[in-house]
Design a binder for this molecule. Structure first.
Ligand SMILES: CCCCCCCCCC(=O)SCCNC(=O)CCNC(=O)[C@H](O)C(C)(C)COP(=O)(O)OP(=O)(O)OC[C@H]1O[C@@H](n2cnc3c(N)ncnc32)[C@H](O)[C@@H]1OP(=O)(O)O
Length: 128
């Protein structure tokens, strides 16, 4: 019952993903229950949105992974109650095992308040 994408997780984000060319995308509207500071989305949840969108890029290609490392750059606050677009893509792959991924959040006016980079390692799907 994934916190990011399961329809059955009662407190989950219930994200749905699509692949468009080399990008994986989802949309999300944060509510007041997702706030940190008043009116702004909690940074940990922003990271979760991006982690999940990068993981799904790999999942669409049938690659089972774990996040091994992630860096998030918060340049602007992310307001609640507006539609966010989250995009991810793969920047590099090493030995068919280590995937260098990137993601960004896009606001309705085109501003990019947060970007992330992460390393994902392929794991044996039987271990999931
Ligand atoms: C339906 C779809 C649902 C999708 C849901 C996705 C959920 C979102 C994704 C997540 O949030 S996953 C949860 C958060 N992540 C974790 O809990 C991961 C915890 N860590 C682990 O399980 C292991 O450390 C890991 C699987 C990442 C790696 O363990 P391994 O035993 O497979 O690897 P090992 O430590 O032996 O390292 C293998 C190689 O990778 C290298 N490596 C490990 N960590 C690295 C790193 N951070 N950066 C670069 N290289 C790294 C390591 O040096 C080594 O290089 P060599 O092969 O050359 O020796």
């Amino acid at each position: 019952m994934c916190f990011g994408c399961s329809e059955r997780n009662p407190i989950g984000l219930k994200l749905k993903f699509t692949m468009d060319g080399d990008k994986c995308r989802t949309e999300f509207v944060a509510g007041e229950e997702h706030q940190g500071w008043n009116g702004y989305m909690h940074g940990g949840l922003i990271a979760a949105l991006m982690d999940e969108t990068m993981a799904w890029w790999l999942w669409f290609k049938d690659i089972s992974i774990m996040t091994a490392e992630m860096t998030t750059r918060y340049s602007l606050g992310v307001p609640v109650n507006i539609k966010l677009t989250v995009e991810s893509w793969c920047e590099e792959e090493k030995r068919d095992r280590l995937f260098f991924m990137a993601a960004r959040i896009i606001l309705p006016d085109g501003k990019v308040p947060v970007t992330a980079k992460a390393k994902f390692l392929r794991i044996d799907p039987e271990k999931l």
